[in-house]
Design a protein around this ligand. Structure first.
Ligand SMILES: [Zn+2]
Length: 272
């Protein structure tokens, strides 16, 4: 893997493209799809589409690289039948493998578009010669893709679990509580603070279960199960539309365990 990393740059030019490469195309933060097809090959793509695009190599577990192409102009005239779709809209229809690669590409798009200029001196940035980094030309400050750590927590009390409906995205499902880590906190500190802030409950023992990269836009979700200790459910209305204790027999609509750590926490508790 290391040898491969060194043999081919991260930032690619058209000369680096190989005949067996697979492409994912982004335009205005959306993915260019053709019906059910959401990745492209050198045969299905019109080469004109990627002229002038920023090309970034994303190594995959399969050994086959995915090439993310960030397009400056709309490709829809050059690719008849193509359409733009958000990654979020593809969550349930695509394979986990596609979602992982597309998720990385989506996070890198966020990073590239947010670091065209240096936050320190205002100079232009350019791709690093060998690393996945942008470098400021005048002051040489390096910018790497940023990951934002979050906790996601299932609070449990005997055979019941606390699930909440967010007041933010018109959610039609219940899920675990979640929140960003703040400076100086351990993940367990964040769990205690977030649960108390969002539903007014204190938790005791906290066990880590699983984690996940979540590309909306670039979170690292750390999943925990926390035992109820004291308090009554008091939702914070700006964040939580509703929160209740649910048992295995009265489960509401919850996220899928196939793609989300929230679903995994719930399945783990139900299957204990
Ligand atoms: Zn600078």
């Amino acid at each position: 893997m290391l040898a491969k990393e060194h043999s081919r740059p991260i930032f690619l030019t058209p000369q680096h493209i190989r005949l067996d490469d697979t492409f994912i195309l982004f335009f205005e933060r959306q993915i260019v799809c053709d019906g059910l097809v959401s990745t492209w090959t050198i045969e299905t793509i019109n080469p004109e589409v990627i002229i002038g695009a920023q090309l970034l190599r994303i190594p995959q577990d399969t050994g086959q690289d995915l090439i993310a192409a960030y397009l400056d102009s709309s490709p829809l005239d050059l690719l008849p039948g193509a359409e733009l779709r958000s990654l979020r809209s593809m969550l349930l229809s695509e394979s986990k493998e596609f979602f992982m690669g597309a998720g990385v590409a989506n996070q890198l798009e966020e990073w590239l578009s947010g670091h065209k200029f240096c936050g320190s001196c205002g100079g232009s940035t350019r791709p690093h010669a060998s690393e996945r980094a942008l470098v400021c030309l005048p002051c040489e400050r390096h910018y790497y893709p940023r990951i934002n750590p979050c906790v996601i927590v299932l609070v449990v009390r005997e055979d019941k679990m606390l699930l909440a409906k967010s007041s933010r995205h018109n959610a039609d499902f219940y899920s675990c509580l979640a929140g960003f880590m703040e400076v100086g906190e351990s993940p367990e500190d964040t769990v205690r603070r977030e649960v108390f802030e969002e539903v007014g409950i204190k938790v005791g023992r906290i066990d880590y279960l699983s984690s996940q990269s979540w590309p909306f836009p670039s979170q690292l979700m750390l999943g925990f199960i926390a035992q109820y200790e004291s308090g009554d459910i008091t939702p914070e209305p700006s964040e939580i539309a509703d929160a209740k204790w649910f048992g295995p027999d009265d489960l509401p609509n919850v996220p899928s365990a196939r793609i989300s750590v929230a679903g995994k926490l719930i399945s783990h508790f139900l299957g204990r």
